[in-house]
Each structure stands twice: as C-alpha cells, then as structure tokens.
Design a protein around this ligand. Structure first.
Ligand SMILES: Cc1cc2nc3c(=O)[nH]c(=O)nc-3n(C[C@H](O)[C@H](O)[C@H](O)COP(=O)(O)OP(=O)(O)OC[C@H]3O[C@@H](n4cnc5c(N)ncnc54)[C@H](O)[C@@H]3O)c2cc1C
Length: 429
C-alpha cells in the first residue's frame, strides 16, 4: 500500500507535484531501478544521459524517503572518509588520499551541473559553517582547514574565532567555526523531482505507488510489483534504509536510524537575517549534532538528535525545541509549523555499501547521514557499473563491511549501545 508524503516543509513547498502512474503492465528496459530517492533518480538520470532505457519503480512518491526529509545540506564530508582512505590504499596506494579528496567534492559538481543544465529550481545556496561546540573541538576544524588549504581551497575556507563567527551567526553557543564556501544547501525534494523530470525527458519510465515485491535473477532480471513486471538486463536496489528486499544477503549490514527535523513558522525577514546573516547552513562538531539553516521563505529548519532504536520519535518538535532555543534564545516560544522524521541508513564503518546480491542485481546504500552529495556520486558509479564499467564500483564492492548477525531489532539495540558509548566519550573530547 502506497504511503502519502510526510508533513514536511519540503512537501508543503514542492514546485510541481509528481503524478507518475502505477506500473500495471509488463515492460522491457535495460536497467530497472528500485527506489525513487536521490540514489535511484541520480542513477536513472545518469543512465538516461548515456542513452540507456531505464525504469524507476518507487513504492510511494519520488523523494518520499530520506531524500524528502533531510536537512538539505550538501557537505564535503562523505562519512567514513578515513576508513575509506585506509581501505583504498590497498588498491590505489598513495593515490588513495587524492581520490577520496576529489570524491568529497564530486557530488557538489554533479548537483551544480544538473541544476544549471536542467534549470532545476531548488533554492541552491552556497556556504556552511562547521561550528566548534567546545573549545577543544577547534583543533579538528583547524586540521580540516589546513588540509583544504594544502589542496587549493584557501579562497573558499576561513577559520573564524568566536568574534568573527558572531558576524555569521547570532548565537552565544560556539567557540569558533570553519566557514566553507564550497558546501551548499538546497530544497531536496525539488532537486530530486527536477532530476526525475530530467530523466523522464530523456526517456526514463518512472512509476510511483509501485513497490517491488519480488526479484528473479536469471539471464535477465524480472522485477515484480503487485500489478506489473519489468524485465531488464540488470537491476539496482536503491531503497536504502527503507529497503526490505534481498534480506538474506543484506541483513545486518545497514541500520535504519530515525532522525528528526523541523521547520518553524515563517519568521519576519529581518529576524531571519539577524540569526544567520549570510544565509549559510550550520552543523556542529558533536558526534550527535545539531544542523540547521534558513529556508528560502525565512523559516529556521533545524534537525538534531538521532534515535538509533530503529523507531521514529513521537514528538520531534518537543525534542528539538530546547536545542533551538539554546542556539537562538531570540526564538523562545517560536511556532514550529512542520515536524517530521526520516530513516537514514547507518553503516558501522560509515563507508557506503556497494555490491551485488546476484549476477545482475546491484545494491548501493548506507551514507550514514551524508547522502545528498554521496548519493549523486554513487549514481555515477552505479550507472557505470550496471553497464559493465566496474572499475570504481569494484573499489567500493571489495571493501569489507561488518555485519551484525542478528535480526534488525537486535542489530539496532547493539548500534544504540555503541552510539551511547560515543555520546559518553564526547564528554572527554
Ligand atoms: C532527517 C534526515 C536528515 C538528513 N540530513 C542530511 C543532510 O543534511 N545532508 C546529507 O548529505 N544527508 C542527509 N541525510 C541523509 C540523506 O537524506 C540520505 O542519505 C539520502 O537521501 C538517501 O537517498 P536514497 O535515495 O539512497 O534513499 P531514500 O531517499 O530513502 O529513498 C529510498 C526510496 O526507496 C523506496 N523503496 C524502498 N523499498 C522499495 C521497494 N520494495 N519498491 C520500490 N521502492 C522502494 C522508498 O519508498 C524510498 O522512496 C539526512 C537523512 C535524514 C533522514
């Protein structure tokens, strides 16, 4: 049964709602993609640009999952960068560092290029500040700053002391920050829908309300929904944390963590500007962090706290209000108009998981809360892989991943315990 979009700021401000049909026939394509979030749609667009015939099957609506619920922050952090670099040294040797560094920014380039090429109206803006929650956290920001300068980003990065930070951010909370002008923020549903329309204009077939219930892999892959079938040369599983297929192969690899997000009522323009005068997105240095930004219509969108139990929080606004008011005491008692939750796919070593469940059925998942840019990078990697260019896919597919050999509930409890450990250790950072 298809579920409607959640009650989020994004969904209330969609440029033009999608109206794709349910699959009710049998069709033949080159590649079938299961899941219509950033991963599925970015892969579909990439393949369509290369001239392949693609079908996207989305159980609910395009951008219904994490893609339609996130903070809209396009960060240059991939999650798992360090672990990834370590692993990649086995295959790439000393080139591993540069490969991972380039990859950090590759998603930004893809998104910018698509927004321009297809004229996608998604409130794209530049600038992030990574704020030091404790004075001791400044050291790691300085390390990132030096690394960036060493690699040619000095014009786009600035270390800000507490006083300099106050020109960007009207909060007493932090000890300084790192301004990064290359990072971006945007309206993720309008981006994803824009990309789906671009893929459609190039011949992709898109179906909503079309949950895949079965996959059969032989010489060709047959994917079945309640009312239709797609026969394809290969398939991509792009359901990420919402994925329930191929349990045998994938169980225990990815853990759905529920993240809360909210948006205030529209603020008077002057008040909004006084909070974040240069309209940057903000996130802090804690392991379980707050992240926020202004929307195009002058709301504060604020996310934070993570529930690793695998269940959604009951009252997101109530949980986030103290953090909002601590950050901006000027907003005490502000109306919170939208609140929602979403599932992010957490991987224990935080490296995105790419692989195959059978000869022609590929999967790509697990960006551990950093998926806006990463999903676009992986869209490129997957689009090459399914048509036989496996070089980059293989780099990721050969990386070992821990598997918790328990059912999802027990796995999530183990993960929650692990995260509690990190939260406690935070006090000593
Ligand atoms: C609250 C929240 C805040 C976040 N903030 C940020 C942020 O600021 N920056 C950032 O980089 N990342 C952020 N993330 C992470 C980011 O949103 C995700 O990594 C990214 O959107 C994942 O995209 P996806 O396409 O892989 O998965 P999803 O967007 O979850 O899409 C999966 C889709 O597959 C569909 N599906 C599942 N099973 C089937 C089936 N059997 N048949 C057909 N369809 C199926 C689902 O309906 C869903 O639409 C956040 C995540 C959350 C939840």
């Amino acid at each position: 049964m298809s579920e409607p979009r959640c009650d989020s700021y994004y969904n209330a401000t969609i440029n033009k709602e999608t109206d794709y049909p349910e699959l009710e026939q049998e069709i033949r394509v080159d590649v079938v993609i299961i899941g219509g979030g950033f991963t599925g749609v970015a892969t579909a667009l990439e393949l369509s640009e290369k001239g392949y015939k693609v079908a996207v099957l989305e159980a609910n609506k395009i951008a219904w999952g994490a893609t339609g619920r996130n903070g809209g922050q396009v960060t240059g952090s991939l999650s798992g960068d360090e672990a990834m670099t370590k692993q990649l040294r086995n295959c790439l040797g000393t080139d591993a560092e540069q490969y991972v560094w380039n990859m950090r920014w590759r998603g930004h380039e893809i998104i910018k290029e698509r927004v321009n090429k297809y004229n996608i109206d998604c409130d794209l803006k530049f600038g992030h500040i990574h704020t030091a929650y404790k004075a001791s956290h400044l050291k790691e920001l300085e390390k990132t700053y030096s690394e960036g300068c060493k690699r040619g980003m000095e014009a786009e990065l600035s270390m800000l002391n507490k006083e300099e930070l106050s020109q960007h951010l009207n909060t007493p909370l932090y000890h300084g920050g790192l301004l990064n002008k290359r990072n971006m923020h945007l309206h993720s549903v309008n981006l994803c829908i824009g990309e789906a329309r671009a893929a459609e204009s190039l011949g992709a077939l898109i179906f909503e309300h079309s949950a895949v219930v079965d996959i059969n892999d032989g010489a060709l892959v047959t994917v079945t929904t309640n009312k239709g079938k797609v026969v394809a040369n290969s398939a991509v599983l792009a359901g990420n944390a919402y994925h329930k297929l191929a349990r045998k192969k994938l169980r225990g690899m990815l853990f759905p963590a529920s993240l809360g997000n909210c948006a205030t009522a529209q603020l008077p323009a002057e008040l909004a500007r006084s909070l974040i005068p240069k309209d940057v997105a903000v996130y802090d240095t804690r392991f379980v962090l707050d992240y926020y930004r202004l929307t195009a219509d002058n709301r504060l969108m604020f996310g934070g706290g993570t529930n690793y139990s695998g269940r959604d929080s009951k009252n997101v606004a109530l949980e986030l209000r103290p953090a909002i008011e601590r950050t901006f005491p000027q907003l005490k008692g502000v109306d919170i108009e939208f609140e929602w939750t979403g599932m992010a796919g957490i991987v224990l070593n935080r490296i995105p998981q790419l692989g195959k469940v059978s000869k022609n059925v590929f999967y790509c998942q697990g960006y551990s809360g950093h998926g806006v840019a990463t999903s676009h990078i992986m869209g490129e990697v997957m689009a090459s892989a399914v048509v036989g260019e496996l070089q980059e896919f293989d780099l990721f597919a050969q990386m070992p991943h821990f598997r918790i050999p328990l059912n999802e509930w027990f796995g999530n409890q183990a993960l929650a315990l692990g995260m509690m450990y990190y939260k406690v250790m935070e006090n000593f950072r």
